[in-house]
Design a protein around this ligand. Structure first.
Ligand SMILES: Nc1nc2c(ncn2[C@@H]2O[C@H](COP(=O)(O)OP(=O)(O)OP(=O)(O)O)[C@@H](O)[C@H]2O)c(=O)[nH]1
Ligand SMILES: [Mg+2]
Length: 431
């Protein structure tokens, strides 16, 4: 499909198919090269006159049969019309933003929608695309501006009889109320942001325990090199999984022990750092070697959230020394090599991830940028509240203006003064 946007979109249709179909109705048409009259393809043509189009400009679409020769000929025919050029990446969305068709958060939502790999990511992106955060921010911003208008009125018309004495108290009340609402939105532990990148699960443990084998099993493909030599994995290996519809980033790390040589030690340093930063650690040991080796390093690592995986169950045979471990919810006995016992681990992981993300369906912040803007807004509101109903009006106005501006950065709409004018005019005062 070739999409055309801009004031000359109509011209493209006239030149290539010789007419302009009725708005928003598909028409079957021969596409011809205007310079030779030669037929390029038979296509569906659509005409979306602005401003009721996706970009807000006049738009046209040609749905061709595709194929390199057809596309090249259609592009060449378009390029021959003066003023036409290929679009830049994201340019349609950028123009839509420029024409007020969507705000910044909605444009981000669209990008996330295109990049979504799991159903939960798709739902979050769609909510954002449909303005879940943007609409809310706009509503908050207009309330801040109303409060600001009250304070401004007090400042500008303080000597006039028809301005009510106390305009500051209701403005402070609004600021307090909005601050509390934003604080509640911010207190979501960053879970929706995680939804974009995935929950991080790190596989760690001593060398040769079968960490890479387990990663390959869980990823269902040979991502990491497996070998009987301890110290095989050096760098951190990342795979992205879809567990029950939720995104998980699974890390394979170097075996942790007293390493030899600078490369291995660097690998171990990275392994520890990533394990400590992960949401969940799967600490893998060779279950068949228990009693023979002491994995003392496990105990010295500060792993706040670790499950124990006793691997190589197939080597244990009928020595059921292991059975007393089975009762514990965060211990797993399995064979990464044969897959025995893996189901229970996968089920537990899926449940853990689903539980982690359960709350995200209601959280609205999907990016650090949003968190930052909202945090700054809430802080400015808080400063206004602290100044109190009897505080200096100019200072209160300044904080409210700062709050409106940071919130405006969130959606990309920073026209405080315009809105202020409108509200001010209708609010006051018969002038
Ligand atoms: N019998 C048996 N062998 C296993 C199992 N899991 C892994 N192995 C073997 O153990 C050896 C080490 O496996 P890896 O997956 O490379 O171990 P690792 O923990 O990634 O090792 P490093 O990267 O060196 O730290 C390989 O020979 C694997 O085939 C298992 O469940 N049973
Ligand atoms: Mg390995």
């Amino acid at each position: 499909m070739i999409r055309i946007s801009g004031p000359q979109a109509r011209l493209a249709l006239e030149r290539l198919i010789g007419r302009v179909p009725p708005p928003r109705q598909a028409a079957l048409a021969r596409v011809r090269d205007p310079s030779t009259g030669e037929v390029i393809d038979e296509a569906l043509a659509l005409w979306f006159p602005g401003p009721h189009s996706e970009t807000g400009e006049d738009m046209a679409e040609l749905q061709l049969h595709g194929g390199p020769a057809v596309i090249a000929a259609a592009f060449a025919a378009l390029a021959a019309i003066p003023g036409f050029r290929p679009a830049e990446p994201g340019e349609f969305t950028r123009r839509a933003f420029g024409n007020g068709k969507l705000d910044l958060t909605e444009a981000e939502g669209l990008a996330d929608l295109i990049a979504a790999e799991t159903p939960a990511q798709l739902r979050a992106a769609f909510r954002q695309l449909k303005g879940q955060i943007g609409d809310r921010a706009e509503m908050w911003r207009s309330q801040i501006i109303e409060a600001l208008a009250l304070v401004e009125a007090r400042i500008d018309f303080s000597d006039e009889a028809d301005v009510p004495e106390n305009l500051i108290a209701p403005a402070i009340l609004t600021a307090q109320h909005l601050h509390d609402e934003m604080a509640a939105v911010l207190a979501d532990n960053g879970r929706a942001e995680r939804l974009r990148d995935g929950l991080v699960v790190a596989i760690a443990g001593p060398p040769n325990a079968g960490k890479s084998t387990l990663l390959n099993r869980l990823a269902n493909r040979e991502v990491a090199i497996v070998s009987p030599h301890p110290g095989t994995t050096r760098d951190v290996i990342e795979v992205h999984l879809n567990l029950g519809g939720y995104p998980v980033t699974l890390l394979d790390t170097a075996g942790i022990h007293e390493g030899h040589g600078p490369v291995e030690q660097e690998g171990i340093r990275r392994a520890k750092a990533r394990a400590e930063a992960a949401d969940l650690v799967l600490w893998v040991t060779d279950g068949s070697a228990i009693g023979r080796t002491v994995d003392d390093i496990a105990e010295t690592l500060i792993l706040s959230n670790a499950w124990r995986i006793y691997n190589k169950l197939d080597l244990v045979g009928d020595k059921l020394w292991i059975s007393n471990e089975l009762g514990s919810a965060d211990s797993f006995i399995l064979s990464a090599l044969t897959g025995v016992g893996l189901d229970r681990l996968v089920a537990a992981l899926s449940a853990y991830v689903a539980d982690y993300f359960a709350a995200t369906e209601s959280s609205v912040i999907t990016r650090a940028r949003h968190r930052h803007a909202l945090g700054e807004t809430a802080a400015a509101l808080d400063r206004a509240v602290r100044l109190g109903p009897s505080g200096r009006e100019e200072l209160i106005a300044e904080e409210l203006r700062a709050a409106a501006n940071t919130l405006g950065r969130l959606t990309g709409r920073i026209d405080v003064e315009d809105v202020l004018d409108v509200i001010f005019r209708e609010f006051c005062i018969g002038k």
